[in-house]
Design a protein around this ligand. Structure first.
Ligand SMILES: *Cc1c(COP(=O)(O)O)cnc(C)c1O
Length: 220
């Protein structure tokens, strides 16, 4: 086994154990590799092992990789400035960091202009960390939903978050938020949370997608 295949195997085992411990179906937890600052050759190696979509943090880097490897899919998991929204929408399959109504409005305008359909995720930060990582409050999420106005070009997939590590309550708060909105909208929504260090807590709280960088690709 290559080092990459070995790391993926270990990850699958971790995910499997966490699912088993919490009565969840491992087939329902997506492993999204985070390829920021990783070379294209390694990403291609992961693609050969069956991974078709990768998370990127920086618009410029992701746009470049998407150009160089058009057969791969990239999703944006890092902060998005309005002036980069056009590039982002053109190159990424999904935007996972919609966290303010102005950005949502800009994306709607551009999606219509470019005639594209892109899944979007609302990034929330319920912990008042005021980090540079982005994310809106629960009421902010409401404003983003309103701004998106169920635009068929930007279907909302669910919520994305970076809860503080080892804070089980923070992960639970995400589950509650998701449940509330599922009730309101009458349809399922996904939760994207959990990284290399905390995927177990995330899966325990119902995460549907873990975003894994270092445990997948190695250090960067
Ligand atoms: C870098 C990053 C990840 C992956 O982090 P690791 O700790 O390397 O697994 C996941 N989500 C976001 C938003 C990131 O920026």
């Amino acid at each position: 086994m290559t080092p990459l295949a070995e790391r993926i195997h270990k990850l699958r085992t971790r995910i499997g154990k966490a699912c088993e411990a919490h009565g969840r179906d491992a087939g329902r937890v997506e492993l999204l590799p985070v390829s920021k600052r990783q070379p294209l050759a390694l990403i291609q190696e992961a693609a050969a092992l069956g991974f078709g979509r990768f998370g990127e943090n920086y618009v410029q880097e992701g746009v470049q990789k998407a150009l160089e490897a058009p057969s791969l899919g990239f999703v944006l998991i890092g902060p998005l400035q309005r002036n980069k929204a056009r590039h982002a929408l053109a190159s990424f399959q999904e935007i996972m960091t919609v966290d303010r109504p102005e950005l949502a409005e800009r994306l709607r305008h551009l999606a219509a202009e470019l005639e594209v359909v892109r899944g979007v995720w609302i990034q929330v930060d319920l912990w008042d960390e005021a980090t540079k990582q982005g994310g809106c409050t629960a009421s902010g999420a409401e404003a983003v939903f309103r701004a998106l106005d169920s635009d068929p070009r930007l279907p909302v997939q669910g919520f994305m978050a970076i809860p503080p590590p080892e804070d089980a309550q923070a992960f639970q708060a995400m589950a509650v938020l998701r449940e509330d909105w599922q009730q309101r909208l009458g349809r399922p929504l996904r939760l994207s949370m959990g990284m290399s260090g905390d995927l177990e807590e995330a899966i325990a709280a119902g995460s549907d997608q873990v975003r894994i960088g270092t445990a997948f690709f190695g250090s960067r």
